[in-house]
Design a protein around this ligand. Structure first.
Ligand SMILES: [Zn+2]
Length: 240
């Protein structure tokens, strides 16, 4: 390398004798890849050659300049170039979603015909001089997404049944109630088996409604935690 009469650092080439070779090709100016002038030069060539591939741009730059770390610096220039970003980006395709189950599509039927239920809380309440926990039972219509909230004293089954009874007294009997792990379906026909025996009678009297049967189905994808009513019961504000 040598410094010319203008103070520019240049590579000292060995092809001085070659004909039809420009002065800058024989003695290109040496520039640091981190310098601002080198970045401007690379950006200029990048745009001049239509944001093309790096080899073309590198070849054109090396006709006049020797820029250190040229390939990696050019890659960085192309990465930051807005035109290249837009050109590289792909249109966003909507994610494929499965069909809704029939319980979500009960149109022309009363609200809460198909209902999902989940608890939220606990909330601390003051009774006299003591503090106790209370839970909110959130019922939501799977079709209209209407919401009904009942207060539950505890996480026990009796507390849940009482909350469900109050809900039914206010909103009517749903045909299907889905919990996180439980499913209640309206019984279509009473069988003799269910009407026999004192224990079964006792069990039936404890049910929230005589027309509702309790099922424990295998968890379905949309019944699993994170489905419609579980999302609703996540707290979005401090509960206490
Ligand atoms: Zn570009």
């Amino acid at each position: 390398m040598e410094i010319d009469e203008n103070g520019v650092l240049r590579l000292k080439g060995r092809i001085k004798a070659a004909k039809d070779v420009s002065f800058t090709l024989n003695r290109p100016a040496v520039l640091s890849g981190d310098s601002s002038i080198a970045k401007l030069i690379m950006k200029h060539y990048h745009e001049r050659f239509n944001h093309g591939n790096h080899n073309t741009v590198m070849n054109e730059i090396r006709q006049k300049y020797y820029i250190t770390s040229l390939r990696s610096k050019l890659r960085k220039i192309a990465h930051e170039c807005q035109w290249c970003r837009i050109n590289r980006s792909l249109p966003k395709m909507p994610s494929a979603e499965g069909d809704l189950p029939p319980e979500r599509l009960r149109h022309h039927q009363p609200p809460f015909t198909c209902t999902g239920v989940d608890y939220f809380g606990p909330m601390s309440v003051t009774i006299g001089r003591r503090h106790e926990k209370r839970y909110g039972a959130l019922f939501t219509c799977l079709t209209t997404r209407a919401v009904h909230i009942e207060l539950a004293e505890s996480l026990s089954s009796d507390s849940m049944i009482l909350a469900l009874r109050r809900f039914i007294a206010r909103r009517g009997t749903p045909s299907d109630v889905f919990g996180q792990r439980h499913e209640f379906r309206r019984r279509k026909q009473r069988t003799d088996e269910h009407t026999r025996g004192t224990r079964e009678d006792e069990e039936r009297s404890r049910r929230p409604h005589h027309n509702l049967e309790v099922y424990l189905p295998a968890l379905r994808t949309w019944v699993a935690p994170g489905s419609v009513w579980c999302d609703l019961s996540k707290p979005r504000w401090p509960l206490h």
